[in-house]
Design a protein around this ligand. Structure first.
Ligand code: GRF
Length: 204
């Protein structure tokens, strides 16, 4: 990577992680810039947050494409046009397809609200709660072709407390996410992440 790290963010929902990452970029903690925010959901509040922070934010409607791969190709085109080095999935609820993964191989990150490989998928918090685990957590990982299966960059445990419901538990998980995701993105942008098989080495 030459020059500052160019970041593209994909969201589907509230976008609190996106906003937090954008703040860490503004502060200089992450040495890069966010070139574009894309949502597959028109009313995603993440788009509002992005525009409020002066970022280019666009809704691309999956229904105007015949299939996932043509949708993904449009996203690839928009991201590549802006010279994006790193794609950050921040509550993006659509599974990215194989073409997307190979266009940005080892350059797509996701954050998951559980300790993978436990509780993958879209309801990691509810599933952990329903299972009755005492400890869950947060995982930041690279994205590969599988569902939440890519090499793990950072993980941190979050205890499940007596009386927790999905909302209280997700709130504490979010607090950890706001710390972990910027750290992982910063390490990527500083060229300090090395993938060796399934393991990710974080260089000092
Ligand atoms: C986060 O909990 C993240 O782990 C999951 O989706 C949620 C997004 O929250 N992938 P927000 O939109 O950043 O508030």
């Amino acid at each position: 990577m030459s020059g500052p790290c160019v970041i593209g963010v994909l969201v589907s929902g509230s976008g609190t992680n996106l906003e937090n990452i954008a703040l860490r970029v503004e502060e200089g903690f992450i040495p890069g810039r966010i070139a574009i925010v894309i949502s597959d959901v028109e009313e995603a509040y993440g788009l509002v947050r992005a525009r409020r922070m002066g970022l280019e934010a666009v809704f691309i409607d999956p229904r105007s494409f015949p299939d996932r791969s043509s949708y993904d190709r449009e996203l690839i085109r928009m991201l590549a046009e802006r010279g994006v080095d790193l794609v950050v999935l921040a509550g993006y609820m659509k599974l990215v397809g194989p073409e997307f993964v190979s266009a940005f191989r080892e350059r797509i990150m996701n954050i998951h609200p559980a300790l993978l490989p436990s509780f993958p998928g879209t309801s990691g918090v509810a599933d952990a709660l329903a299972y009755g685990v005492k400890v869950t957590g947060v995982t930041v990982h690279f994205v590969d072709e599988g569902l939440d299966t890519g090499p793990i960059i950072l993980q941190e445990a979050v205890p499940v407390l007596p009386g927790d419901d999905e909302e209280t538990l997700h709130q504490r998980i979010h607090e950890v996410e706001y710390r972990l995701y910027p750290e992982a993105i910063r390490a990527f942008c500083e060229g300090r992440l090395r993938i060796v098989g399934r393991r990710v080495e974080i260089l000092e």
